[in-house]
Design a protein. Sequence first.
Lengths: 120, 621
Amino acid sequence: MRKFTILFLLLVVLSCQKDDFYIEPYAPQALQIDELTGIKFSETSPTDGTLYNLKTDNSGTYTVEILDITKSLVSRNTLKVTEGDNIYTLYTRALETGDYTFRFVDQNGIERESIKLFIK
Amino acid sequence: MKKLLLLLLLPFMGLAQMSGPTSNDVADGEGAAGLVYFGTTEDANKPLSNVQVNDTIIMGIKLTNWLAGSGEVTGNEITYAHIDINYNKNAYTWIDQTYYADTTNSNWSGAAGQHSTNIGNGYKWNISSAVQAYDLWGQWQNGSASTNADWNLVHLQTQVSYGDLSDLDALVTFRLKVHDAGANHDYTDNVFIPNGKLCDNPNNKTYDPVYAYENQDLSLTPGADIDVTAIKAKLVMGDNVDLTKFKLVPLIKNQTQDDDGDGEPDNFYYTIIQGETFWVDVPSNGIVDVTEYITDPTGEYAVVWEYGAPGATDRGFKTLYEDVLTISDVQLALKELAQHGDTGGINAAVSILNADVAGSEGFGDGNLTDQDTYALLAHVTGIEELYIDYDNDGDIDDADTDAQAGFFFRTLDGATYTDTAASTTYQNDIAHGGGFVDLDIDFTNTTSDQVFTKYGTWKGDVNLSHSPDVSESVQNDAMSIAYSSTLRTTRVQSFGEAKQVAATVNGTIVVEEQGDKVVAKITIPEGDLTAAQIKLSFDDTRLTFDSVKTASGNTTTNFAKLSDNRVNFGSINMLDDKLTEVVYEVTFSKKGAIEGTTGLIILTNTDASDSNADRVELKIQ
């Protein structure tokens, strides 16, 4: 009986041990992209806290540029991406209501995605 | 106090109302007749409250039939009506009447009516206390008329062989010419329905009771007879100022009230519009028609341009002013002071007044000195802002800045700045400051619009970035403004020229996460710049501002200022040395977990100045 108890406790300890497997970011249904690459927001009229998926075919550092309605740059942010889905949050509290273009540029300066959104 | 003010303003305002019993009062009624207002002969949509002396108003009588049939239920039709109208001859003249139970009226499907009108000259109906005053059939049976030289009693009668007279929008309309009955006249109930009778003759039915419903009487204190076409107030500002943020407050001076008891009128201005919202909105073109508030040809009128709604907790002035007074304004003032000594000089007379900020709350002391340039620089760098603790609560918050907006805003009519001490409003704590505008109305002008245009500018807006383009003539007139004689002027420059951008310099911005920090890195390349300023907005629910770090040389002054969720920072070299490449690292701490930095930090404004103190467009790419 004692042996069984020790064996059982050992199994419990081992089962709680951290796995070393890599888990790819999970893209919720609303953010899944069928194509190899792309950009998708969880809402058609994004608000503060809206999630978006930047799906890439490579890993590296991207930048997302936010341009206002006059095409003037109002923000440029770096994003460290992995191949596949990359889920981020859009923060809008600092943005005035209006039309904005979001440009996603890879480390070679090539625009990979671009989307125009109305932010309120 | 409000009641007192209302009473004082009564002579200037057209007060009007119609009244009658409530729906509960008439719940047992079989029929009713009520007064209806159909506008004036000049304007069918003219509000009753805007009726003036010499207008002709159109009144009507509308019948209600509570015994009418419905569906398969056969009811009664009102085929006979006589309704009396009693009116005061001092306040009105009866012009004529029109009956509508007529075959020429396409809206009438009944038989042709027989009508009669009898005017009893010099009679007033004595309301019987035996029945309610609004019981018209009861009054007809119990009341009586007596002679009264001030009143006329009109007996209006219609009869048809079939059809329901209550189907008409009005059984009859009548026109009344409005008079000024004198200062002591009581205009209450000067038109009323004293009695009436309704019948369904084919069915031998007399309606009982018949009530005066919805309105039995009219009380109208007409406004003065003013025939000006249109009185408009117009505000002109820089293109980058949203005029819809302004509110316009119409005012009238009370020329009789003596609140301080010194035996002389105080001559305070009062808001014309009563209640909490005593202002009107301003459209994007800055033109507001205030004609409806001009009711007294002897009155002295004014308006106040207010930035934001008066009394609102956050009128947004501070946010605007962060863009108005920036580093290039300081550099321009410094340049001019350095070139022209303590007596000062600047390239536009309007500019010099805007630069003259030290000396008083509203206006400066008439001289451009190093005290002014220091005050300008201290404000931009955050050492000591131009705002004061206006409400004396120990801090300078939005309540202070909003209350002071009027003292930062200045209007120019082409000849002088508005004198802030010229007159005082008494009501609603209107701190009119520079936004006060006298309306010098020509009441004899009945053929053309009178537009009172003001050019708005701001204390501290030295380079006129948020001030209007003005014509050459206005600009030349501006040279004669009150204080300019003490200031040497080097060259004349219009608003438009002052706003000219000398060149464009491109910088860059990158925002990235660094552990538990988020850092915005802004780089401005070396060029001809002697001053630069950048404003960032950030999401203060997710970030806390930590610091701005930069290296820009030993002779350059760097500054950073936090206001709410905005960071203003930059550099200025007051020795005219050009800035080397400047890199600003603006660091924020995360308040919690974030997923990316998209939208957390936003560039909202930039400003720069070159070695000639001309503005330079600092473009961040």
